[in-house]
Design a protein around this ligand. Structure first.
Ligand code: ATP
Ligand code: MG
Length: 370
């Protein structure tokens, strides 16, 4: 049996004088005892050698593995994560790396296998707990805001009851009713923002020229941001029209601009840039064949740490003090962009500033058609 024969030689030989003292039996001992699976497979896919760890990872005895086709083609230079269905056991997530070797003078492939099931399960648990944390934050935020509203209604209604009992014609009663009606709008504004995040809002998409829309927002931006902040536009004529709800876009840009203002503590430069991005280096868009127009809102503010970036799209996540931020701005941005089949990407560095990129899918019909 081949297990008794010589070990594989990697085709590109390692010239390391530190290895010369290690005898072949020592090498065998290392390979036989390593926790990683080692498989040598001939070019037809038959297994020529398997160490004990490979048998364990694949769920077969070493003897069963030998000379049996692997059941999956493997290629030189391949690095892949595969799911191994073990007979009678739980499937294992396995990381496999393949190099070309020579075995008994013939070309063969050496696959090293690492069982990463435990690591994957741990990552999954972490993802779940982060999700639960976000749901907890969401629930706490809703409870907090609605409790405030209920408190306002309760005290308002009690006052109304008292005034009506004293004098049904009291003119202040009408003012009080007016005030309470105004407060109901706070409640519906909150539910709208939550609907935006959950991508369940009713959108009215229209073919929109981004540059035009952004230009029309500048005077509002100037007024909102204050004199310490310079607004610069860098609008690319080549950016294509997009199919979006223009009112939601205005809200999203305002949300981004207000965040930028807060991050710059009242002084700095806010740049709004557009460009046409057919292919982008953003991970989510790597395999996309669609073309996008990009809007980038850039500031020279305090920036964000990675930990903060990981949470900013969650509703009610805020680093601002009580009464200063509700933590719903970026969740509106995220919900709107995702519902419009686009993507959001954040580049931020603490102390250097933040760029938030919105990738919106180009519409195929020209603006003039509307
Ligand atoms: N441009 C930015 N620079 C630095 N930090 C930012 C920026 N934009 C967002 N953040 C961080 O992300 C958090 C969440 O932003 P988001 O707009 O969702 O909520 P908020 O601004 O805190 O409250 P709201 O927008 O509801 O008034 C902010 O509290 C802040 O910590
Ligand atoms: Mg905000």
């Amino acid at each position: 049996m081949n297990t008794e024969r010589g070990l594989a030689e990697v085709l590109e030989p390692v010239d390391d004088s530190r290895l010369t003292g290690i005898s072949q039996p020592s090498f065998r001992l290392l390979i036989e005892n390593t926790a990683d699976g080692v498989l040598v497979v001939d070019l037809s896919g038959a297994v020529l050698y398997a160490n004990p760890a490979a048998g364990k990872i694949l769920g077969h005895s070493r003897e069963d593995l030998l000379h049996v086709p692997l059941g999956r083609p493997i290629a030189r230079g391949e690095t892949a994560e595969i799911t191994v269905h073990r007979p009678g056991g739980k499937p294992a997530e396995v990381e496999m790396r393949v190099v070309e070797v020579s075995w008994d003078g013939k070309p063969a492939l050496l696959a090293s296998l690492r069982d990463i099931s435990a690591r994957r399960a741990q990552e999954e648990r972490q993802r779940q707990s982060q999700k639960l944390e976000a749901v907890g934050r969401l629930a706490a935020g809703i409870v907090h805001d609605f409790n405030n509203l209920i408190a306002v209604f309760e005290s308002g209604l009690r006052l109304l009851e008292k005034r009506l009992a004293q004098d049904p014609n009291d003119p202040k009663v009408a003012t009080l009713i007016e005030e309470l009606l105004r407060r109901t709008q706070n409640g519906s504004a909150l539910t709208h923002r939550l609907l935006a995040f959950s991508r369940r809002q009713v959108l009215s998409p229209q073919v929109t020229d981004l540059n035009e829309r952004i230009r029309s927002l500048t005077s509002l931006l100037d007024r909102t941001l204050g004199s310490g902040i310079r607004v610069e536009l860098d609008l690319d004529k080549a950016s294509c029209p997009v199919l979006i709800d223009p009112d939601q876009l205005d809200t999203a840009i305002l949300n981004l601009a207000v965040n930028a203002r807060d991050a710059m503590a009242g002084a700095g430069v806010l740049t709004i840039e557009t460009s046409r991005d057919v292919l982008s280096d953003v991970e989510e868009l790597e395999n996309s064949t669609a073309s996008f127009s990009r809007i980038t809102v850039r500031d020279t503010g305090c920036g964000m740490s990675r930990e903060i970036v990981a949470h900013v799209f969650e509703p009610f996540f805020t680093t601002k003090g009580e009464g200063e931020g509700t933590g719903l701005g970026l969740s509106q941005v995220y919900g709107f962009v995702r519902q419009s089949e686009g993507h959001v990407h954040i580049d931020s560095e603490v102390g250097r500033g933040t760029s938030i990129h919105l990738f919106l899918p180009c519409s195929s019909s020209p603006t003039a058609a509307i």
